[in-house]
Design a protein. Structure first.
Length: 255
């Protein structure tokens, strides 16, 4: 049995390596085809279509002159702060919505009203209230992320079977029923947190563009204003890398 398990583990590892090789190969092939097709363009199309080689040069230039690191740091701090606020507010709020018999429906009503409103719709109002400040950016992102965390937490806690709490009591496990249900729902809560961080990165670009606040969103906008599409692609690649990296980090923490 031990030999079989080792063989099985080795086979699974080989399949994972093969899958990675296929993905990398497909990506490299797409980049080569993109580069070759781009060299066939002429006139305005050639000017407005960045090639992988041009994007790489722009990436190196923006990194060395400090433009990309500064924009990346500003945007990452906004997402980190807003995600922290979302977890601190959204988790207990969602738990109360699902588990509090009287308070839950009262809290759920405004959440149902606010959920369909796009977070970007709050940008003009927050600009009036807070001006073009870091607080304004964090408020917009935190609002969007908090709704995701609260909704996901409420679903996760509501999905914990009541009999599980009774079984825990019979086994001598002490503590509040809400706290136990929240711990039992932790996989769903972690999933909600991951979705909230992804939402924060998604909303970030629109919030920075509308408020003209320095960050990756403005870096993308500058590519349009400077007629430099490669600059915009660098910003989008940075956003993609941040989104994938933060999700991978949260996935590892929740494992």
């Amino acid at each position: 049995m031990l030999f079989r398990s080792r063989v099985g583990a080795g086979g699974t590892s080989d399949l994972a390596v093969a899958a990675v090789k296929i993905r990398v190969g497909a990506l490299l092939l797409a980049l080569v085809l993109w580069e070759l097709a781009g060299h066939q363009l002429t006139g305005r199309a050639a000017l407005m279509t960045p090639l992988p080689s041009g994007i790489l040069r722009a990436l190196v230039t923006l990194t060395l002159d400090g433009t990309l690191p500064v924009a990346l740091l500003r945007s990452a701090l906004r997402v980190a702060l807003s995600s922290g606020v979302a977890v601190a507010v959204g988790v207990p709020l969602g738990a109360l919505v699902a588990a509090a018999p009287r308070l839950g429906p009262a809290l759920d009503a405004p959440l149902r009203v606010l959920r369909p409103v796009p977070p970007v719709a709050w940008v003009p109002l927050t600009l009036v209230w807070f001006g073009v400040t870091e607080l304004q950016q964090v408020v917009v992102l935190a609002f969007a992320a908090t709704l995701v965390v609260a909704s996901g937490t409420a679903r996760a806690v509501a999905g914990v079977p009541p009999n599980l709490v009774l079984a825990a009591r019979n086994l001598g496990i002490t503590g509040s029923a809400l706290g136990f249900r929240l711990r039992a729902a932790s996989p769903g809560v972690w999933l909600a947190v991951r979705e909230a961080v992804g939402t924060a990165w998604f909303v970030l670009v629109a919030a920075e563009l509308l408020a003209a606040s320095p960050g990756l969103g403005v870096l993308i906008l500058e590519g349009r204003d400077m007629l430099d599409p490669a600059r915009s692609f660098v910003g989008m690649l940075a956003l993609a890398a941040c989104g994938v990296g933060s999700d991978a980090l949260l996935r590892r923490l929740s494992a």
